[in-house]
Write a protein that binds this ligand. Structure first.
Ligand code: FES
Ligand code: FE
Length: 424
């Protein structure tokens, strides 16, 4: 455990003392009390990414999901509406849905046989005389009170009210738009299946790392050299790419300046138009004059607070389980109407984040080493000051640093502090 947590005269940690402009306290990654407060103030209050509509395309489809340790079932009802059910029986709290995915209009609890519609309503209960007859109970499965989706990305909030999803996403919504624009049909699908990596590290180490442009040259040097990838150069002192604080804890590595400088379509994907001719033709047909710009600029690299990371051709979802354990869920982006590219995205994803992949394993090694380090007593603090002196504000009023600066982390912590100190 790290040293004593500074207190503010209450029994709550003093987040202003723990989170300073240039550094954050190690206890933020190791103190179980802080994790408990995060569940209450972040995970069970703000908007959290849960799943994608393409995972439940048909009425009756369902898939197991989560918000932190909360076990959810994402369903699509007969009317086509998506619901997030809390996977807990209204009778004696048994886990209702066991299968990872399937199609059913109802769920039957295995313990005493209560059945529920896929919108959570109670359908029936055996030996009903024990309750004075049929239809006497009004005990459905609980649902996540607010569910909204943005371009197919489904978010949930356990708070009955608060900022809307649009307000929460703010400038990050434009990055989801940018991903969708890479499909000739303007739609992304996340239906290629999910890999899960259990990681012995605090969830924030992952969230901070997603737009840390300082580490790739060192941590990922081996995959860059083996594959002859030009990606490493995007994260160097010479790179014209930038790191941007998008507000509300969201951040991005905006690689477009580098891709524009080269001006080569499909360079972002490590290929050339002649290798994916059908895709390029369909894009030109769909977007006309705009197509060249889209094909040059490529996909976003954006971390959406607190748990959704869009990494160009993959999507990661961070699920915290305890103060020092989480699960990283990852999948390949699939662009509607682009089978040629989709096949390549799946094989690239297997190579980078699959069980024998060369990218995620390197990051995960760093997360776990970081967790062990954060549990050591001295020097207590983790630095987040890199590039503060050269930060600027862009035309949208957003803070921007160079490719290797810790601008994204500072944005993350600023929003985190606001949520943790919020007294509502
Ligand atoms: Fe589900 Fe009893 S706990 S039916
Ligand atoms: Fe990395």
């Amino acid at each position: 455990m790290t040293a004593t947590v500074p207190q503010a005269g209450t029994d709550r940690p003093d987040y202003s003392a723990l989170i300073q402009p240039e550094r954050v306290h190690g206890s933020l990654y190791t103190d179980p009390r802080i994790f408990a407060e995060e569940l209450e103030r972040i995970w069970y209050r703000t908007w959290v990414y849960v799943g994608h509509e393409s995972e439940v395309p048909q009425p009756g489809d369902y898939v197991r999901k989560n918000i932190g340790p909360q076990d959810l079932v994402m369903t699509r009802d007969r009317e086509g509406q998506v619901h997030l059910l809390v996977n807990r029986c209204a009778h004696r709290a048994n886990l209702v849905c066991e299968d990872e995915r399937g199609n059913s209009n109802s769920f039957r609890c295995p313990y005493h046989g209560w059945t529920f519609r896929n919108n959570g309503e109670l359908l029936g209960y055996p030996y009903h005389q024990g309750y004075g007859g049929r239809g006497k109970l009004n005990l459905g499965m609980a649902t996540v009170p607010r569910v909204e989706s943005y371009r197919g990305f489904v978010f949930g909030s356990f708070a009955e009210d608060g900022p809307t999803l649009t307000e929460h996403l703010g400038a990050a919504a434009g990055e989801i738009d940018r991903l969708c624009r890479l499909s000739p049909e303007g739609e992304v699908e996340l239906n290629a299946g999910w890999l899960k990596h259990r990681t012995r590290a605090n969830w924030k180490l992952l969230a901070e790392n997603e737009t840390d442009g300082y580490h790739p040259q060192f941590v990922h040097g081996s995959i860059f050299s083996v594959t002859g990838s030009p990606i490493g150069a995007l994260y160097s002192e010479k790179s014209t790419a930038v790191t941007r604080d998008l507000g509300n804890g969201h951040s991005e590595n905006d690689l477009r300046p580098e891709f524009r400088r080269h001006g080569e379509p499909m360079r972002w994907f490590g290929t050339t138009p002649d290798r994916v001719p059908d895709y390029v033709a369909k894009m030109r047909q769909a977007y006309g004059d705009e197509a060249e710009q889209i094909l040059v600029e490529g996909a976003p690299h954006v971390m959406i607070f607190p748990n959704l990371f869009i990494a160009e051709i993959q999507v990661f979802v961070i699920q915290p389980l305890s103060v020092d354990e989480c699960v990283q869920h990852s999948t390949a982006v699939q662009l509607k109407g682009a089978p040629e590219l989709n096949r390549r995205m799946i094989s690239q994803s297997i190579g980078s984040v699959g069980p024998a992949g060369m990218l995620l394993a390197d990051d995960t090694e760093m997360y776990e080493r970081n967790q062990v380090g954060a549990e050591q007593l001295r020097p207590e603090w983790l630095e987040i000051r890199r590039g503060m002196h050269r930060e600027r504000v862009d035309e949208r009023g957003l803070r921007v640093g160079t490719a290797t600066d810790e601008t994204g982390m500072r944005g993350f912590w600023s929003h985190y502090k606001t949520l943790m100190e919020d007294d509502k």
